[in-house]
Design a protein around this ligand. Structure first.
Ligand SMILES: Cc1cc2nc3c(=O)[nH]c(=O)nc-3n(C[C@H](O)[C@H](O)[C@H](O)COP(=O)(O)O)c2cc1C
Length: 350
């Protein structure tokens, strides 16, 4: 951890790229495919909700992050950090301790989720209204896990205004967290693209620097391509970035941002979608393949116009094997430059 920060300080071009938690989407199978394409330094899991003084059984942790059985690493070796969601300091602490014992690379606390049901049960972004409770939760987690294990927190700028972001950040730092990801919107901003406020992160960093505090901050929100990444770095003054929906839209976005490769071709994307089936079967979730392919294609539309075309042609397919056959025949047509014919055939047979 200290080495990472030291190299970041020494080299202004140094950056870490973190694969964001996306509940219901970014499961271990997608983490495997995306990290395989290069560029990611860390993954945060979807949130695990903890409440009522309940210590969750190990199998719940393994279900969320099967990587724990591989020393907490994705198959290509990228560390995975488990994210907890809750508000009771003791419950968070005991589950954090368990996750660490099982091999999680640090713990992340979710203070950004805007979902009504989650917020009603005192989890996620609603805690941004209570910096004192944040402090207690983080302090309790800190004391439950070894000091060399990273404790990170993921926040939005605030509930309905960024005015209190400094108070929130102070509560987190003073309680002993090591790292903070800031999704540069308030909860009320939802996911509105025009509401992104990367410059507020720079204000937080500047204020901390003035007070002589060095703290690791990761900027997050609305990074869809390399230009966005560069602009986010410039406006947020953060070297490190977290990428969420953009990572689904352009599967090798981290490699593109890191300068490792060019944006992958549509053909390579389709091959990856077929490979997704194999990864899913190994992860024994093969039955979700059809709906997950449709979900993913709709997220890719922003980056690949062909995803739209493919989505509309296959949207009625429900069975896994039918979906696999359709994608295989689409891939063949793509290679032979006969997609129009393929579409006609698909229309007739549906
Ligand atoms: C479908 C979906 C699920 C999400 N699930 C989580 C989650 O489990 N934990 C979390 O901290 N953030 C979650 N987020 C927020 C993202 O991690 C990220 O902060 C947000 O999407 C902004 O980044 P982006 O513009 O790069 O997508 C979710 C966002 C979406 C759209």
């Amino acid at each position: 951890m200290i080495t990472v920060l030291a190299s970041a300080a020494a080299d202004p071009l140094y950056m870490r790229l973190v694969l964001a938690p996306l509940e219901g989407v970014m499961d271990h199978t997608v983490r495997e495919l995306l990290t395989d394409l290069g560029g990611y330094d860390l993954c945060i899991t979807e949130f695990l909700r903890v409440s009522n003084k309940q210590l969750l059984p190990p199998r719940t942790f393994y279900q969320l992050a099967p990587e724990l059985e591989n020393q907490g690493l994705t198959p290509c070796g990228v560390p995975v950090r488990l994210q907890l969601l809750g508000s009771d300091p003791d419950t968070l602490a005991m589950n954090a301790q368990r996750a660490i014992e099982l091999g999680s690379h640090g713990i992340d606390l979710n203070l950004g989720c805007p979902a009504k049901t989650v917020n009603k049960n005192k989890g996620g972004a609603v805690l941004l209204k209570e910096p004192e409770l944040i402090h207690s939760a983080v302090r309790s987690m800190r004391s439950a896990i070894p000091s060399h294990k990273t404790l990170s927190v993921k926040i939005r700028l605030g509930w309905d205004t960024p005015d209190h972001v400094h108070e929130i950040v102070d509560a987190i730092i003073q309680a002993g967290a090591d790292e903070l990801t800031i999704h540069a919107r308030t909860k009320e901003d939802g996911y509105k693209a025009e509401a992104i406020k990367w410059h507020y992160i720079a204000q937080v960093k500047q204020r901390l620097a003035k007070e002589g505090k060095q703290f690791s901050i990761i900027a997050n929100g609305e990074i869809w391509n390399k230009e966005d990444a560069l602009k986010c770095r410039e406006l947020s003054a953060c070297n490190d970035l977290m990428i969420g929906r953009g990572a689904l839209a352009t599967p090798n976005l981290a490699a593109v941002v890191a300068g490792i490769s060019d944006k992958m071709s549509w053909l390579a994307v389709v091959e990856m979608i077929l490979n997704y089936r194999k990864v899913q079967v190994i992860g024994s979730k093969g039955h979700h393949y059809s709906s997950r392919v449709k979900q993913w294609l709709s997220q890719m539309r922003q980056s690949y116009p062909q995803a739209n075309e493919l989505f509309f042609t296959i949207k009625r397919i429900k069975k896994t094997d039918d979906m696999q056959a359709a994608i295989e025949s689409y891939l063949e047509a793509l290679v032979l430059d006969k997609v129009d014919l393929w579409q006609q055939r698909m229309k007739i047979s549906s």
